[in-house]
Structure formats: structure tokens, C-alpha cells
Design a protein around this ligand. Sequence first.
Ligand SMILES: [Zn+2]
Ligand SMILES: [Zn+2]
Length: 348
Amino acid sequence: MNPNQYTCKNCGGKVVFDVQTQNLRCPNCETEYPITKQEANTKHLISNYETVEKPTEHTATVIVCSSCGATIEFDTHVTSGKCPYCASPVVLSEKAVTSLPPDGICPFKIDQHEAESRFRKWIKGKWFAPNALKNLYQSGKMMGVYVPYWIFDADADCKYQAEGGKDRRVEYQVNGEKRTRTETDWYPTSGTLAHRFKDKIVRATKSITDHLLRILGGFNLKNAFSFHADFFTGFSSEVFNIPIHDAYKEAQEYFKGVLHSMVESKVRLTYDRVRNVRLWIQWSNEYYRFMFLPVYTMAYYFKGKTYQVLINGDSGHIVGDYPKSFWKIFFVVLAILIVIGLLYYFLG
Ligand SMILES: [Zn+2]
Ligand SMILES: [Zn+2]
């Protein structure tokens, strides 16, 4: 990549990706440089992965976090002494990294200011969060990172067997008293089901806490463009470390879960209950895409533990972990007890 490419022709300043205009822009003189945007529509057969798409090596300015294992490529003007995922101290170095040619990128739709104001709103209601979390945005620890993801499509043709249960009420007597109970008769049932899965997003790195990632919400892949290095300017990007086959296994587990509940609902159309669902799945049209999706990430240490806060750079949805401060809770409880005590004293 030619560094002069990102020098403003008008004033010599550094040109970066501007979220508002979705183009390159000089922050000094506000000159705009349009990015040629093309719809991201390349996808590859998973069976071709080994033969067609080979990871390549290139040299980049990176941090390799020895604590959480993340390898992050930095845009040269982004400087931070801390890992955005685990807050461990890290240093920048030149290093050869393995990467795949991305099939697309979903550019940041939420800018840094918007992300910070969403953080401030979110933190307002968190009474018992430690001050280390409340002060995060002031310390400029929020970092926009393009996180690598695998995206899968697959068609499933599925044969199933299950047992459907029909309930009936049985009357019986105990010591001359009439009672009823429900009994279920089970019948074998079977059938076929077809489903087309599209755009299942699976993470390609382990740095983001899994449960946070799951509640971070989806990314609108309609906002994705075919990859251009211009989108990266002013942001960091993470190097993938979950191999495609591991990620696809995860996607298939998810697909199987969906098929399982589809079969259950189908059986429940004619029965009251369902059990022992068994599936035989024939997969076809299995495609993958490798894409970068935008996430603002912050991490902080509190009493020897790391906590993450994430903002979806596409939707603005914010999620985060925080410990509840013992002393804050202690004093609130104490205050309540004192008020109750006083009420008893004066009214009792
Ligand atoms: Zn300029
Ligand atoms: Zn780290």
C-alpha cells in the first residue's frame, strides 16, 4: 500500500475514512476523496477452500497480545499502549502476518462520537459498576476494530424420524374420590424437510468474549462492499485465527439446532408432544465468505479480571460486562437500613 495515497493533495494532512460521508476525508481541510464502492457479491464453495483461496503473508504494523492471543493490525496513526480486547500492555512492531483476501467489508456506520455518547447513556444506569468502567471513554480506550468473520450459506435436505405424543385424560378413583390425570400415547412419525440457510455469521477470532458476541446483534450484510483498503484507514483490523472448518462446524451445529426445532414444530401441528427427533441431513450449495465487520471495543482491568464492552459499529448496539462494586452495594444497603431504623424509631 502506498502511504502517499493517504496524504491530502490539498494540505498534506492524513486522509482517513469518514463515517458520515462513507468516503475518505481530510480532517484538516475537509477535502473529500470518494471511495469506489462495489456491492460485495463474491462467495466461494467451501470444498474449494484449500485449492482456490490460500492465506498469504504480508508485513504490517501489529500488536500480538501475549495475554489474549489477538493479533491486531494498526493503522499507523492509531497509537495505544493497551490491547483493545483485554487491556494488557502491548507494543507495536513490524511483523509478517497471515491473511486471507477479504470478500467484503461492512464499513463503520457509527462514528467515534456517536459510539462514545451511546457508551455514556449505557453507563448512566449502571449504578453499581466500578469507576474504572465509568471512566473508560474519558481515557480514549475505545477502539474501532474491523473484526474478521466467516459467513456461511448452505442448503439442507433433511429426513427425520420422531415420536409424536397424543394426550388423553384418564379418570380414576382414590378412596371413592374421582380424579383425572393426563396420559400420553406415543406414535412414530417421519417426513422430510428442506431449508436454505443464508448469511450465518461466525467469528473468525477468539478475542471477543463469546457470550458478548452473541448478544451484540447482527450486522446488516446489505451494507457490505467488496473490500478496499481505503475503508481501513483510521481503524484497526484483527488477523483471523479460527480456521474455516472449525467455524463451519459451529455454523452446522447452529443449522442442526434450527432444523431440529423446525421438525419439532412440524410434528406439533398434528401431535401434542414430540420426542426422540432424529435427523439425516444432506448438505449442498455450501458457500463461505470471509468478511470484516465493524466493532468498537473497550477493555479494562478491575481487581485482576478483564472485562469487555463492545459496540456494534453497524447498528450501534452496546453490550458489556462489569462487576458490581461491593462497596457501592454495601453503602446503599446500609443507607436503606438506616432509613428503616429511623422510621421505626420515630413512628414505632
Ligand atoms: Zn487536507
Ligand atoms: Zn489482549
